[in-house]
Design a protein around this ligand. Structure first.
Ligand SMILES: NC(=O)c1ccc[n+]([C@@H]2O[C@H](COP(=O)([O-])OP(=O)(O)OC[C@H]3O[C@@H](n4cnc5c(N)ncnc54)[C@H](O)[C@@H]3O)[C@@H](O)[C@H]2O)c1
Length: 262
């Protein structure tokens, strides 16, 4: 076991796990002993990441409710249970920006992944977890933008919705020993290439565009003095998924190096 947290015997599904934060979460949960199912809309990164981590691969578009239900049924049939669901899949790069630039298609596409996808996942997981009667963990990846706007109304609004969905379901599912919590990454470096810059004005990688001036200008003000890396988020998810967190339910957990204390 590579980590101190023990998740042996637990089956975990991570959506959007082909790269970035989801890949970091999958890596850490696997190191803690969980049986990990890596899932992504991109079948190539799903397969590559699963192979790299020694995990199972299951391509899935979280915006497709029928497919999400089928995926969870398949995991229960093949692995015997679903104990941990991490709703990590999310989009932002192409959908942020000033309100006058946002088309109905941008709005609907982002919400179909970031909000519909979380709802579909929570509903499907609750269905099998309640039926199994062994409790469970649902962890929704929100964002500091849920409470501190900066990327644009599409994204910030979607992440605020994720936080309140989390709270409502914590209330509903707690009596089944299912906890539902939101982990909120701060600025997280997801470019596997270069080391993260400390330069506060550096654009977010890969898109070639800043996520927004408000985000960029805050990088230099992270008390930790660095960007997060996916494993930082994975470590936090592992704790929330573990027996150590059995009395933590409905929280919004910032994992931002102190960013929101500014
Ligand atoms: N990187 C950050 O700074 C940051 C900060 C706060 C929150 N987040 C959140 O963390 C999560 C992961 O972000 P990331 O930075 O790793 O992004 P990323 O783009 O590197 O990875 C997201 C993954 O989700 C997949 N995906 C996209 N649409 C999907 C769909 N419909 N169904 C299934 N998979 C889909 C992509 O293929 C990709 O592999 C997102 O929810 C994001 O909003 C990221």
């Amino acid at each position: 076991m590579g980590k101190d947290i023990d998740l042996q015997g637990k089956v975990a599904l991570i959506t959007g796990g082909g790269q970035g934060i989801g890949k970091g979460i999958a890596k850490v949960l696997g190191e803690c002993g969980a049986t990990v199912v890596v899932s992504d809309i991109n079948p190539d990164t799903t397969a590559a990441t699963a192979a790299e981590l020694g995990a199972k691969a299951l391509p899935l578009n979280v915006a497709d409710q029928t497919a999400f239900n089928a995926a969870i049924d398949q995991i229960v049939a093949e692995q015997g249970s679903l104990d941990i669901l991490v709703n990590n899949a999310g989009v932002y790069r192409e959908y942020g920006g000033a309100i006058e630039t946002i088309t109905p298609e941008m709005w609907r596409t982002l919400w179909s992944v970031n909000v519909d996808g979380v709802f579909f996942g929570c509903q499907a997981a609750a269905r099998v977890m309640v039926a199994a009667g062994n409790g469970g963990r649902i962890i929704n990846i929100a964002s500091t933008q849920a409470v501190s706007p900066g990327v644009g109304v599409t994204y910030d609004g979607s992440k605020a919705a994720v936080v309140q969905i989390t709270r409502t379901l914590a209330l509903e599912l707690g009596r089944h020993n299912i906890t539902v919590n939101a982990v909120a990454p701060g600025a997280t470096w997801v470019n596997p290439g270069d080391p993260p810059p400390i330069d506060s004005t550096a654009p977010i990688p890969r898109s070639g565009q800043p996520l927004g001036d408000a985000v960029a200008s805050r990088i230099a003000r992270i008390p930790a003095g660095r960007w997060a890396v996916p494993e930082d988020i994975g470590n936090s998810v592992a704790f929330v998924a573990s027996p150590l967190a059995s009395y933590i339910n409905g929280v919004y957990l910032n994992v931002d190096g102190g960013w929101l204390t500014e």
